[in-house]
Design a protein around this ligand. Structure first.
Ligand code: ATP
Length: 313
């Protein structure tokens, strides 16, 4: 017998069959837009468990470099597929792998009468997970491709899209990269390059290709690479170049992610856009803001309303 509680099922079937579908909430948005923060706030209110959909964060390792939400900020919420995959054993964890694994996690969460909350910036993962029929061979995000994302989905989805104007987001991302280095990103990269596995799913994570030249010049074992405290390293041109590249590539990633989100919206995915630009402006102009009042008013409260209505449908 299906034990799914009523509020996690829908009768409003927009699609071709009448089978009831499980309800899930999906938080989308470019890197750095506050998806993780929103996911914790919603998960605590709606008894949800979080499934990570960032293709680098599924791997174990490089926690600072890939921006995994730290344990102390998770507020006891269960996270799935966050740092669970071995990057060497499974160096090519694909959208199809994600569809299969996250699909069974969703069934499990629903069977325990909790709400699945998908959070992460990899739209290829989100697309693979949600479409009714997934073809691993067609790239629906390639602008020159003939195939378009399908809007026939296998779950009843409530989509929240956290958006920040690119001008404000670039400024914020640049500051975030500085913060990441202050929190020990160079040490983490030094450790990665000192082992440097010939195969690793993390090789493409932003930070790795950008620091390759630096670690060629200053191999991790000769005492330079991890010189976070000693600082002469920081003034090195190779270091500055790598950091600059990371900032640029992070902004490029954000632009590409927004492009993919817009493509999904145009394909008929019912994304509810929440504009967090003002909240980001506020946080950047005032370093003392702990809980942003603008964020609560313009992002959190509308999201809570949207999810509440969705669950009551
Ligand atoms: P693509 O098809 O371009 O891989 P995607 O939607 O599958 O796009 P994205 O999440 O947009 O996946 O990631 C694209 C690339 O951006 C990754 O291969 C990686 O280089 C970088 N990237 C994504 N997420 C992170 C992260 N958390 N940390 C570091 N780099 C990341």
């Amino acid at each position: 017998m299906d034990s799914t509680p009523h509020h996690l099922k829908t009768n409003h079937n927009h699609n071709h069959n009448n089978k009831q579908k499980d309800k899930i909430v999906v938080i989308m948005g470019a890197t750095g837009t506050g998806k993780s923060k929103l996911s914790i706030d919603l998960a605590t209110r709606f008894h949800a468990e979080i499934i990570n959909s960032d293709k680098m964060q599924v791997y174990n390792g490089l926690d600072i470099t890939t921006n995994k939400i730290p344990l102390h900020q998770r507020c006891g919420i269960t996270h799935h597929l966050l740092g669970e995959v071995d990057p060497v054993l499974h160096d090519d964890f694909s959208p199809l792998d994600f569809r299969n694994l996250a699909g069974s996690v969703i069934s499990d969460i629903v069977s325990r009468r909790k709400l699945p909350l998908i959070v992460g910036g990899s739209n290829s993962f989100v697309h693979a997970l949600l479409v009714d029929r997934f073809d691993p061979d067609s790239n629906v995000f390639d602008p020159s491709s003939r195939s378009f994302p399908s809007s026939t989905l296998r779950y009843n989805c409530c989509f929240l899209w956290v958006d920040v104007s690119m001008r404000v987001l670039s400024e914020y991302l640049s500051l975030r990269v500085e913060d990441m280095f202050d929190s020990g990103m160079l040490d983490e990269l030094t450790e990665f390059f000192s082992e440097f596995p010939s195969r690793s799913g993390l090789k493409k994570a932003i930070g790795i290709p950008e620091f390759e030249n630096y670690f060629k010049k200053y191999p991790p074992h000769d005492g330079h690479g991890g010189g976070v405290g000693g600082d002469p390293v920081r003034t090195e041109e190779a270091y500055m170049d790598a950091v600059r590249e990371i900032k640029d590539n992070t902004c490029q990633l954000a632009k590409k992610q927004i492009g993919k989100i817009v493509r999904l919206k145009r394909a008929g995915w019912d994304l509810r856009r929440l504009d967090a630009t003002e909240a980001f402006r506020e946080v950047m102009s005032n370093s003392n803001v702990s809980g942003s009042e603008v964020w609560e008013r313009q992002v959190l409260e509308p999201s809570v309303k949207i999810v509440k209505r969705f669950l009551e449908e």
